[in-house]
Design a protein around this ligand. Sequence first.
Ligand code: ZN
Ligand code: ZN
Length: 262
Amino acid sequence: MAKLIVYLIQAFICLTVISSTSRLLSKREEDFLEQFGYLSPKKDGEERSNEELRQGLLSFQKYFYLEETGNMTDETSALMAKPRCGSPDKEINKLSRYLSTGYKWTGTSLTYNYLNYSSDLTENETRQTIENALKIWSDVTPLEFTEVSEDGDIKILFQGGDHGDDYPFDGPFGVLAHAFYPTGSVLAGDAHFDEDEDFTINGEIGIDLFQVAAHEFGHSLGLDHSTNETALMYPYYTGYIADFELSQDDIDGIQSIYGMFS
Ligand SMILES: [Zn+2]
Ligand SMILES: [Zn+2]
């Protein structure tokens, strides 16, 4: 009998070993970590080891000040499921929280134009909202924004799914929008909004266009994500905020690139 128990225990240990070599993360979770910069791009045909996945998950947990377990926790999967910006998260700036991309516009007079408009709002509502979203940045810097009919520095597009770049949108929720850093490419500065979202204004139910656009223009101007939860440049969507104001973290970030309002 004693021997049987030993065998049973051994069998149990074997099973435990087998189950621990199964994949640490689902394909979806792995793709998420790669998309947002927590796993380096996969080499062709190679599977990532569980250790690589664990490290990726740990950096995600560290970035968002979650408990660093290296395993999926409820807290981790809940955060992954929340609507957010499509730009990847970069390293943590421990001194402040904001992070500058190192890219900037050389002049202070910038232009923007619409490639199309959101069907969720009237043209006027969209234009007013975009103007307000740019204004929060021009209010604290020497930057000025002028709307032009074509070929602006910042081109604004509302389109779902594939929309002509390498970063197709994913339907409602998930990624809400993304924008490109200043200079260096034909898309530089451009801001793309996932038209599969229901964009609204003034706190109506849906995705607040002002909040999303103001965040994306931070990228258009050269800011990366901030780990400060109160910052506009935090990667996750925080919803409509009445009488919105930039946090000091955002102001410090943008002024570190363009200087103060003069
Ligand atoms: Zn972003
Ligand atoms: Zn795009």
